[in-house]
Design a protein around this ligand. Sequence first.
Ligand code: KG4
Length: 398
Amino acid sequence: MNILGIETSCDETAAAVVRDGREVLSNVVYTQIPLHQPYGGVVPEIASRAHVEKISQVVGEAISQFKQLNNQTIDAVAVTYGPGLSPALIVGLNAAKGLAKALDVPLIGINHIEAHLHSPFLFDPADRKGFQISDFRFQIGDGDFQIGDGDFRIEDCTPALGLAISGGNTMWVDMPEYGKYEVIGETLDDAAGEAFDKAAKLLGLGYPGGLKMDRIASAWMAEARSEVRGQRSDDLIPFPKGRPRDGVTALAGLPAELCVSFSGLKTALLRYAQQHPDLAGSTESARDFGGYEVTPHVAQVVASYQEAIVQAVADRTRTALKRKRYKAFILGGGVSLNSRIRAVLTEVAKDAGVPLLMAKPKYTGDNGAMIAGLAYYRRNHVEDAMTLDVNPCLEVGK
Ligand code: KG4
């Protein structure tokens, strides 16, 4: 079954065709980052207008790439209808409605966060070099890991713990079976990606900041580990790790030990920057850290701030993995590209004896393939194409 997936929940206009939920036959992503950069964040009105301008081209490209590969037909159209920015979601939903009507195929509405948790199951046939789906191996850390005995089925991964970590969400999800979701922990304020982006803005590193901070931090840590120029890895600044008090109910009945809060961390960074004016001012000692010219002090702050986020996320994940016997730990979302998060969560999963399923880098950010992929497993939830509406606050598992 070939499903066309459309995604416009934030600042990526994306479309893809996926066969039987996992095999990505085409995948087109147009990112609006340069349009939002001058404002230091996503401007909904600009996002919406850019989606309108690009949607036909992106969807057309995804369909024509698919048609070049084989001459099959599209059997259904899937679309993100929430959560996300309302004016942005509307563009994708209307395009999907029109296409579903024109092609006379069913329309499947998809939750964006649930789709991030499907992204580790996607593969590009070009990367698989002739493997059959039953031979497909998940990566765990630096080795291969296969669930089942050569007879892999997605359902064999459950019960699973999911962590969706992106610019808009940081959420731990219990998945008792595939397609069933219960939120067990989440951020009380900013998502991890937002915490990265806001810190980058404060440090003058531009928007979006996650990838830059990742690269700067890796370079600083590498130097510090080998004690180059007197920098030491135990010189990390002790920023707060965002842990609400244990035993209290943090949010909507969720246990505090499975929730994070990054507002204290942001305030701590602001205070630190106010006390150290050289962070913003001096560029005298600036040199290359991971491809960016910053001072060693800025790089140290970046590495310390990133470590606070990573350790907060690792701590809650450890707790969640202890609460129940899981067959897999599923990691998705833009921030799951972070090299330190990938490394630390690999260790956490190994210690818990639970296979970690991570999205391939090209499927970590927003994309249409995760929408089309998950839709295959929700193909019985067909919407009436004319009545489906966007839901910017759509909850996971609802
Ligand atoms: O999944 P995504 O494309 O959008 C949402 O669904 O929110 O994630 C975008 C977020 C941004 O906040 C960006 O700074 C962050 O992911 N990000 C990273 C890295 N790459 C992207 N954060 C930390 N480390 C990275 N390597």
